[in-house]
Each structure stands twice: as C-alpha cells, then as structure tokens.
Design a protein around this ligand. Structure first.
Ligand code: PGA
Length: 235
C-alpha cells in the first residue's frame, strides 16, 4: 500500500489526477473504474484541464462506474450518470459509447447481471478510483454480514442517505435503493486509487487501512489488494 498525504483538497485532487493521467498515458486503452461523490470532483476538474491543454487523450479509454441510484433516469440531476457527464465526460474526449454505468431504471436483477458481464467482457478494470463513505462503504457496498462479490442491488444505510441528502432537496428524496459493483471487480482491478479528504474521514480511513478486515468496514478489504494507492487531503 502506498499512502500519499496531501496538505489539502486541492493538492489531493492534483495528486490523484496525476495517478489517473499516468495510467491513461502509459495505457491509452485503459479501462478506468470511476467514482462519484464530492471527493473526486477536483481530480476530474484537473483531468479536464489537462485534456483541454492537449496533454491528455481519453479517446482510447473505456470507463465503468461503481454505482447508480435505482429509479433515477440518467437525465436526473442527482443521477450518477448526470454527475459523470457534468463533472468529467462532457469535458474530455472519452467516446460516449465507452462510458458505462449501471442503469437505475432497468430491471435490477437483469441489470446487475448485464453489468457484471460487461465488466468481464472488458477484461476487468485497469485502475479503480474509490472514495470512502463515512461508514466505510466503497461504491455502495454497505457494511453488512458479508462481502458481496458481484454487481448487486443494495438498500442504502441510514448513514449513507443522511450523507448524500446534501445533494438533494431533502433526505426524503434520496433513493433508498441502488445498484453497485461488487467487491470482486474492485479487488480484481489491477490498481486501486482511494481518495479521502477532510478530518471527518480520518477515523474511518484509519479503521479501513489499519483495523480488522471485516465486511462491517467494507473498505478494509482493500488491505488485501496488491496495488493500492491512497491519496488523502488534509488528514
Ligand atoms: P464523498 O462520498 O466523496 O461525497 O465523501 C464518498 C463515498 O460515499 O464513497
């Protein structure tokens, strides 16, 4: 495990973007596993700047995102498809047909099977970007009795609904269900890049990286990943 401790959010974002850019430069046909949430936004901004300046080419890249809310169309402003368009895809030259997220409006069981098969058909993920939830979730792999391997439907925890309510008018509007990539695809990614910012993430990050490996702290499984880079900001 490699830990990069940046002083603040801006430096964390630049450092994380640098890791992703290096991946794309070394392998222009990379399959990138991408994440939503507040933490990666600055890294996506930096990637867009490097692309605009002519230094980064996404034309050969394919992306698979971690998760999507059930019930939201991709045009819904709080859907993760919309988030990805607004924060990254609209600003770089990744071909639209190569950007993948689970569909929040398809039949959940069929969609989970389709998404799992899609990831496999791409040969898995070259680099997976992850944030970490206050409860230790990665993607929407919430704390529970077991690690779940494949893409699956989840009922979001009260803590996640509370944390994500800031993006909605009220907590009542946060969807209760989501589809998420499972731990299998994340752990099989050749490289994993975890970003975490702010002192409010310090405790859960410490538990994830140094505590027991347990599905009650889903990110703790990353201790077993052979190529994990953690970039923190202000922690
Ligand atoms: P955040 O979310 O980046 O908005 O803190 C992280 C996560 O829930 O995975």
């Amino acid at each position: 495990m490699k830990i990069v401790r940046a002083a603040d959010y801006e430096e964390m974002s630049r450092r994380a973007a640098g890791v992703i850019a290096a991946q794309v430069i070394l392998n222009p046909a990379s399959v990138l596993g991408l994440a939503t949430g507040g933490t990666p936004v600055g890294a996506y901004e930096q990637l867009a700047i490097w692309h605009k300046n002519g230094d980064l080419d996404f034309s050969g890249v394919t992306s698979v995102n971690l998760d999507e809310y059930c019930g939201l169309e991709g045009t819904h402003p709080q859907s993760y498809r919309y988030f990805m368009q607004k924060n990254l895809f609209d600003h770089v030259n990744i071909p639209a047909e190569n950007t993948h997220l689970p569909s929040g409006t398809a039949d959940p069981a069929a969609e989970c099977a389709r998404y799992e098969a899609l990831i496999n058909s791409l040969g898995g993920i070259d680099m997976q970007l992850l944030g970490i939830g206050h409860n230790g979730h990665i993607g929407f792999n919430e704390p529970g009795p077991a690690f779940e391997r494949d893409t699956h439907a989840v009922t979001l925890s009260a803590e996640t609904i509370h944390a994500n309510a800031r993006f909605f008018v009220s907590a009542d509007e946060v969807p209760r269900q989501a589809l998420t990539m499972g731990m299998g695809a994340i752990m099989k990614a050749k490289r994993v890049l975890l970003v975490a910012s702010g002192t409010e993430k310090a405790d859960i990050l410490d538990r994830a990286l140094n505590g027991p490996i347990t599905p009650e702290v889903p990110a703790s499984i990353l201790q077993l990943h052979p190529d994990l880079t953690v970039v923190t900001g202000g922690i």
